[in-house]
Design a protein around this ligand. Structure first.
Ligand SMILES: O=C[C@H](O)[C@H](O)[C@H](O)COP(=O)(O)O
Length: 158
C-alpha cells in the first residue's frame, strides 16, 4: 500500500523511523515533509500536502505526526475528502478504520514510545473499514455537509 507521511519537527525522528519500518514491511512511502529538522517549523503545510496527496491517491492512507498529533489532525481535516483521526491506542486506531473509514491517522510522537507508536500505526493500516450501513450513512452526512457549505447553502444552524 502507498502511505503518505508528514510531520513537523516534533514528529521528525518518529517519521524517519516510521518510514524505514513501513518500507521494510513492503509499503511504498511518500514523504511530504518536513525534509530537514527545523525546531521552528510549522505543521500546517506538511499536513495539508499529505492530506491532498491521500485524497488524490485512491486506496492510499496517510500518517501525520507531531508532538501531540492534535494540530496535525486539525490541519489534515481541512482538506476536502480527508477523514483524519487522532489515535492514541491500538483500539482507537482500529476503530478509526472500522467505524470512520479514516484515511489519515494522526499520532503524537511525544505521547508514545517508538514501539507503541509503530504498533498503533500498523494497527491502523491493517484494519479495513467495516462498511456497515450505519457508518456509511454517518460518513455520507459529513460529505453532504461539506458539499452544502461549499455551494453556499446553510449549514446546520440555517
Ligand atoms: O498540535 C501541534 C503539535 O503537537 C506540534 O507538534 C507542537 O505544537 C509543536 O510544539 P513546539 O513548537 O513547542 O515544539
Amino acid at each position: 500500500m502507498r502511505i503518505h507521511l508528514a510531520s513537523d519537527h516534533a514528529g521528525f525522528e518518529f517519521k524517519a523511523a516510521l518510514s524505514a519500518h513501513l518500507s521494510d514491511s513492503g509499503h511504498e512511502v511518500v514523504d511530504h515533509g518536513a525534509f530537514a529538522y527545523d525546531p521552528d517549523d510549522d505543521y500546517p503545510a506538511f499536513c495539508l500536502a499529505c492530506g491532498e496527496a491521500v485524497v488524490a491517491d485512491a486506496g492510499s492512507l496517510g500518517v501525520v505526526l507531531g508532538g501531540s498529533g492534535n494540530g496535525e489532525q486539525i490541519a489534515a481535516n481541512k482538506v476536502d475528502g480527508v477523514r483524519a483521526a487522532l489515535a492514541w491506542s491500538v483500539e482507537t486506531a482500529q476503530l478509526a478504520r472500522q467505524h470512520n473509514n479514516a484515511n489519515i491517522v494522526a499520532l503524537g510522537g511525544r505521547m508514545h514510545s517508538l514501539a507503541q507508536g509503530l504498533e498503533i500505526i500498523d494497527a491502523f493500516i491493517a484494519e479495513p473499514f467495516s462498511g456497515d450501513e450505519r457508518h456509511v450513512r454517518r460518513i455520507a452526512q459529513l460529505v453532504d455537509y461539506e458539499l452544502r457549505v461549499h455551494e453556499g447553502q446553510p449549514g446546520t444552524l440555517g
